[in-house]
Write a protein that binds this ligand. Structure first.
Ligand code: AKG
Length: 262
């Protein structure tokens, strides 16, 4: 089966080639069974606390759930983010998504800002929201709440046809990502994608971490939570955008996050 599967950790030349060609990578076995269980239980708690019903996304789970906080700078994923962005980027948002039992397909879209369509910025649409999606339930076969992606569509000048967006069909070149719980899908904001149907009798949860250049406004928070910032690690604080900017607005003089503490 044709799959953009890569190894965890270091961002290799092959990883870059696959990412540039497909717009996404799949990393398997990122979380152990125990870690998946912890993150799944944490996800259920954040949705219960928010009182969600049906398909729903809850932001900022990292503030209250240590298992979700640990995913911010996961060593299997962070080197890929650095490989694509260099050392200056932030966690722009984190969303915990529930696809309910027997949930239908979601709507096709590219990620970005509703207020300003990223395609207005130029061609190819730049990488501004790099999303790491941690699968917390098995998605081994289609119709298990998978992500459906259109490989290479981040470079397509033509939009996904309006007819397909309206009737919810799939183009023949779409790819339903099948992978076990604990896998990560890392993808470019401009790849056309959607939530695929879920025939299971249990809710499906996925934890998404979105990384952006440092000047992109966070979308899951107006400000950082002071208690979380006081207790988290220096690297995570920096990734939340808490760093000195001696030069305005984002000169090279700002310190890179402490990726490799002495
Ligand atoms: O179903 C999901 O978890 C993915 C949601 C999604 O496509 C998005 O938030 O852009």
């Amino acid at each position: 089966m044709l799959e953009p599967v890569v190894q965890a950790g270091a961002f290799t030349e092959t990883d870059r080639f696959i990412f540039e060609s497909w717009g996404y990578l799949i990393i398997r076995d990122v979380l152990s069974k125990e870690e998946v269980k912890e993150c799944l239980e944490a996800s259920i708690r954040v949705h219960q606390a928010a009182g969600t019903e049906g398909w729903a996304q809850v932001g900022r789970g990292y503030e209250t759930e240590p298992a979700l906080e640990r995913l911010i700078d996961h060593p299997a994923v962070l080197p890929k983010v650095r490989g694509l962005y260099g050392d200056r980027f932030i966690l722009q948002s984190s969303w915990n998504t529930k696809q309910p039992a027997f949930g239908a397909n979601g709507g096709w879209h590219q990620d970005g800002s509703g207020a300003y369509d990223f395609k207005l910025l130029g061609y190819p649409i730049p990488l501004l929201q790099l999303r790491a999606s941690f699968l917390l339930t098995d998605q081994l076969a289609p119709r298990t709440g998978n992500m459906e992606m259109v490989p290479g569509s981040h470079r397509s000048l033509a939009p996904l046809p309006a007819e397909l967006r309206k009737n919810g069909g799939s183009p023949p070149n779409s790819h339903i990502v099948c992978a076990p719980a604990g896998s990560v899908l890392l993808f470019h904001n401009a790849v056309w994608h959607r939530t695929y149907a879920h025939d299971g009798d249990y809710d499906r949860y996925t934890a998404h971490y979105i990384y952006s250049p440092p000047w992109v406004a966070p979308s899951d928070r107006f400000e950082n939570n002071p208690e979380f910032m006081a207790r988290t690690t220096p690297l995570r604080r920096a990734l939340m955008g808490d760093f000195e900017r001696p030069e305005s607005p984002y000169g090279l003089g700002y310190q890179t996050p402490p990726f490799d503490p002495a």
